[in-house]
Write a protein that binds this ligand. Structure first.
Ligand SMILES: [Zn+2]
Length: 169
C-alpha cells in the first residue's frame, strides 16, 4: 500500500521517533508499505516519521527496487563509528524539489535491528553512508535543511514559503 508522505513543516518530522519494541507482522507490513511508497516516489531512503508514524524505523534501497539484496530495514539504528567528512548534494522526499549540499561523515558503521528484531552491524560509505545518516537524522527529528549553511537554509525556506503561497507545496 502506498502511504502518504508528509512534507515539511509537519510537526511529526521534527519529533524524535519512539523506539521499535514489537517486531510483529504489523511492523513488517509497515516496512513493506514504506518500500512501496519510496519506490513510487523514486527515493532511496524513507523514515517512518515521513509517513506519519513516529517510530525509529527506516528503509533504504539504493537500487530503487532493482536488487532485492540491497533492501535494508533499520529499526532502532545508531551510528557507532564515523570517519571523515564529505560535502555532497542530497534531497528528501519531505522536501520535494529541494536539493542542496550538506556535510556528512564519509564512512559510518551502524548498529540496528532488522524487521525480526535481530541486531546487526553494517558499514556504509559514499551514497549508502549519506543515506543512513540522513534517515537516522529523521528518527531524531533532525531535517536536512537544518544541516545546511544558514544562507542556503534561508534561501530554501523562502523557496518553500513561495511554493506554499502558490499552492504548489
Ligand atoms: Zn529525508
Amino acid at each position: 500500500m502506498i502511504l502518504k508522505i508528509v512534507k515539511y513543516p509537519e510537526p511529526i518530522l521534527s519529533q524524535p521517533g519512539e523506539p521499535v519494541t514489537e517486531f510483529n507482522a504489523e511492523l513488517r507490513r509497515l516496512a513493506a508499505d514504506m518500500f512501496e511508497t519510496m519506490y513510487a516516489s523514486q527515493g532511496v531512503g524513507l523514515a517512518a516519521p515521513q509517513v506519519g508514524v513516529s517510530k525509529r524505523l527506516t528503509v533504504i534501497d539504493l537500487s530503487m527496487g532493482k536488487e532485492p539484496k540491497d533492501k535494508l530495514v533499520l529499526a532502532n539504528p545508531e551510528i557507532i563509528f564515523s570517519q571523515g567528512k564529505v560535502y555532497e548534494e542530497e534531497g528528501c522526499l519531505s522536501f520535494p524539489e529541494i536539493r542542496e549540499k550538506v556535510v556528512r561523515h564519509a564512512k559510518v558503521r551502524v548498529r540496528a535491528q532488522d524487521e525480526y528484531g535481530k541486531w546487526f552491524e553494517m558499514d556504509g560509505e559514499d551514497l549508502l553512508s549519506r543515506c543512513m545518516q540522513h534517515e537516522i537524522d529523521h528518527l531524531d527529528g533532525m531535517l536536512f535543511i537544518f544541516r545546511m549553511s544558514g544562507l542556503k537554509r534561508d534561501l530554501n525556506l523562502r523557496k518553500i514559503r513561495k511554493m506554499q503561497r502558490e499552492g504548489t507545496w
